[in-house]
Design a protein around this ligand. Structure first.
Ligand code: ADP
Length: 162
């Protein structure tokens, strides 16, 4: 059985991520969306909140699981008995960083491969950081995230909403 890992911050999950998840789930037996619990990186949402939003977004895909992990990605991949990492590419600007990460991971664990899926043109400009910026000014994020996530963003930036 082939297991693929799709790691990321997902702060929060966008339609761009969901598109990658949907396509990746079709080319593997099991896909694990893995949220990096990175204490260094300043995140808007807690890991638990991000997991909840991803779980809601992928509930219709029956071979997709959602987990969080800490530490080195290669160690996590090994612990899942997996050998494939999925990453998305939006533009050339993503490429250099992704190439470096993929090569580093292969140096650390030679049986690992990274598969890159090109962004759906429709979502090529969508990023979690742009979504947060729009939401912080109470802009309409409905084209970028699910209604569930849009609601969480609203609550985060308007703390008086109950
Ligand atoms: P990171 O893992 O670098 O913190 P993210 O959590 O935002 O970044 O993204 C996880 C993965 O999803 C990365 O490979 C990123 O390039 C990809 N990704 C993010 N947004 C999109 C999008 N709109 N289309 C395709 N891939 C995307």
């Amino acid at each position: 059985m082939k297991t693929c890992i799709y790691p990321g911050s997902f702060d929060p999950i966008t339609y761009g991520h969901i598109d990658i998840i949907e396509r990746a789930s079709k080319i593997t037996d099991k896909l694990i969306v893995a949220v990096l619990n990175n204490y260094d990186k300043h995140s808007l949402f807690t890991v638990e909140e991000r997991l909840e939003m991803i779980k809601d977004s992928v509930k219709d895909f029956n071979n997709v699981e959602v987990e969080s992990f800490e530490g080195l990605l290669v160690d996590y991949v090994k612990s899942k008995d997996a050998q494939l990492i999925i990453r998305g590419l939006r533009a050339v600007t993503d490429f250099e960083y992704e190439l470096q990460m993929a090569q580093t991971n292969r140096e650390l664990y030679k049986d690992i491969d990274t598969i890159f899926l090109l962004t759906n043109l429709k979502y090529s400009y969508v990023s979690s950081s742009a979504v947060k910026q729009v939401a912080s000014f109470d802009g309409d994020v409905s084209k970028f995230v699910t209604p569930f996530v849009a609601d969480k963003l609203k609550r985060k930036y308007n703390k008086h909403i109950v």
